[in-house]
Design a protein around this ligand. Structure first.
Ligand code: NAD
Length: 465
């Protein structure tokens, strides 16, 4: 595995300013060290922000059609590295190869394409009565991303920021910096002017915090845990700078009595097992009417058998996450939930694997029904009637995603309208990379993807005539 020993600042790979050492990158499937990247400090962040500030006026003034052409070139440069990126995501995240190709690389290439199109077609000017409203770029963006979808999370921030005319400093997650380095290579090959995109690798509380706090950053866009999101929101609030937060979730898949139960259960299990449960929008709570509860539990236990660790299900990203998820499984047992598949024991000798686990007899107040576990663990909850299902579905601090299953689409939509959540899949509806993605309540502030994601990076100026 090739790793750069510098950071990408001002259009070139430069060594770290200080002497903070390196970060080890570990393959979670076999625990082997696969590379090292520099641990950037506040000095590196400062250099990157200066480069981004210097590049901002010219990039902001670049005609949208030209920005669109650069983003299209970025998409093509990512596509040209498809296999290398997929192999890197497999090596540093542990994603099974098919998932790495189709989702971890395929999705961000598609998203980059949507922003090439949007940059070319978006109306950056509008008329309101006697005013002309200009939609101008916010400025320098500090992007802080997690490891669970390493390339997607980067593209979902950088592509719209570039489309808007902003320049960017990225601080990727410690566990998956090699994918971020490949993204920087692609940005370079796409011919982005020096300083428009910059990469600083480093630890969250050091480089991440320095980026969020930097006076030269106008907007912080963060995806990750609610705990860190809260800190970043406080820093941005104190400095009166804009902030977008994509945080955790505890989404509900609500299976109404008229639904196709087998389909709802099978798709629901697949939704959580994908990416080893490390998806913020995963439907980790399955809500089933009491009359069909036992049948649903049996179907879920059967469905989960297909997900064999080391084959269809990869490891968790690191030992800490493995311990955290196993801890939740133990807590579920201690709270009185019933394990119908899986359990807390480690399934393989090597690698940070966890057994795909299904809990029955979960009640809404249990920790496993309230907290984001971020592993291959599904909780099946029983409801009495539709009002009870709605109370349970809405009864967490989160509101990122969800699903509703019913015999009739209109019935599902009527229920979805009452859910406190940012996106709901109706009877297994497909993911749409142009639809806004983001949370209600403590799942975050702001939206990513599509035109809604672009507006996060724009501010308005009205001219009156
Ligand atoms: P995290 O929030 O600690 O890390 C996310 C990013 O923030 C990383 O780039 C990290 O370096 C950076 N960061 C950490 N501390 C920072 C600070 N003080 N200032 C600025 N940046 C900082 O997430 P994690 O520890 O990798 O994962 C912990 C939990 O977060 C998971 O178990 C899961 O529940 C949740 N999570 C959610 C998502 C999501 O997509 N919503 C993604 C990853 C993790």
């Amino acid at each position: 595995m090739k790793a750069h020993d510098g950071m990408y600042i001002g259009g070139a790979w430069v060594p770290a300013a200080g002497d903070a050492g390196t970060i080890e990158v570990v393959n979670p499937a076999d625990e082997q060290v696969i590379g090292h990247v520099p641990a950037g400090t506040a000095e590196d962040v400062d250099a990157a922000v200066r480069a981004a500030r210097a590049a901002f006026p010219a990039w902001a003034a670049t005609p949208p059609a030209e920005r669109a052409a650069r983003i299209a070139a970025l998409r093509d440069a990512l596509a040209a590295r498809k296999d290398e990126i997929a192999g890197t995501v497999t090596a540093e995240l542990g994603a099974p190869p098919a998932l790495a190709q189709n989702v971890h690389v395929g999705l961000p290439i598609a998203v980059a394409g949507t922003y090439a199109d949007l940059a070319a077609s978006y109306a950056f000017e509008e008329k309101v009565g006697n005013s002309t409203v200009l939609l101008e770029p916010v400025g320098v963006v500090g992007a802080i991303t997690p490891w669970n979808y390493p390339l997607h999370q980067i593209v979902a921030k950088v592509a719209p920021a570039l489309a808007a005319g902003c320049t960017v400093v990225l601080k990727p997650a410690e566990d998956t910096p090699l994918t971020a380095q490949l993204f920087a290579e692609a940005a370079h090959d796409a011919g982005l002017p020096a300083g428009v995109f910059n990469l600083v690798t480093g630890l969250g509380p050091v480089a991440g915090q320095a980026l969020a706090e930097h006076d030269g950053v106008d907007l912080v866009s963060f995806t990750g845990s609610t705990a860190v999101g809260r800190k970043i929101g406080a820093i941005a609030g104190a400095a009166v700078k804009r902030v977008a937060l994509e945080l955790g979730g505890k989404s509900a898949s609500v299976i109404l009595p008229s639904a196709d139960l087998a389909k709802a259960v099978n798709v629901g299990i697949a939704n959580v097992m994908s990416n080893s449960g490390q998806t913020c929008s995963a439907w980790t709570r399955m809500l089933v009417h009491r009359d069909r509860y036992d049948e649903a539990v049996a179907l879920a236990a059967q469905a989960v058998e297909k997900y064999v660790p080391g084959e269809r299900v990869g490891p968790l990203v690191n030992a800490k996450q493995q311990e955290r998820v196993r801890g939740y499984i133990e807590q579920g047992v201690a709270e009185g939930a019933r394990i119908v598949a899986g359990g807390p024991d480690v399934p393989l000798d090597k690698g940070f694997y966890v057994r795909p686990t299904v809990f029955a007899d979960v009640t809404p107040g249990m920790a496993i029904a309230q907290e984001e576990i971020f592993g291959p663990v599904v909780s099946i909850l029983r409801y009495e009637d539709e009002e009870d299902a709605l109370r349970i579905a809405n009864g967490t601090v989160y509101g990122l995603a969800g699903a509703v299953w019913a015999g009739d689409e209109a019935e599902a939509v009527a229920f979805a309208r009452r859910m406190e959540t940012g996106q709901v899949d109706i009877n297994g509806g497909r993911f749409n990379p142009l639809a806004p993605f983001g949370g209600y309540k403590q799942s975050g502030v702001g939206r990513e993807l599509g035109a809604h994601g672009l507006t996060e990076y724009l501010q308005t100026k009205s001219l009156q005539f």
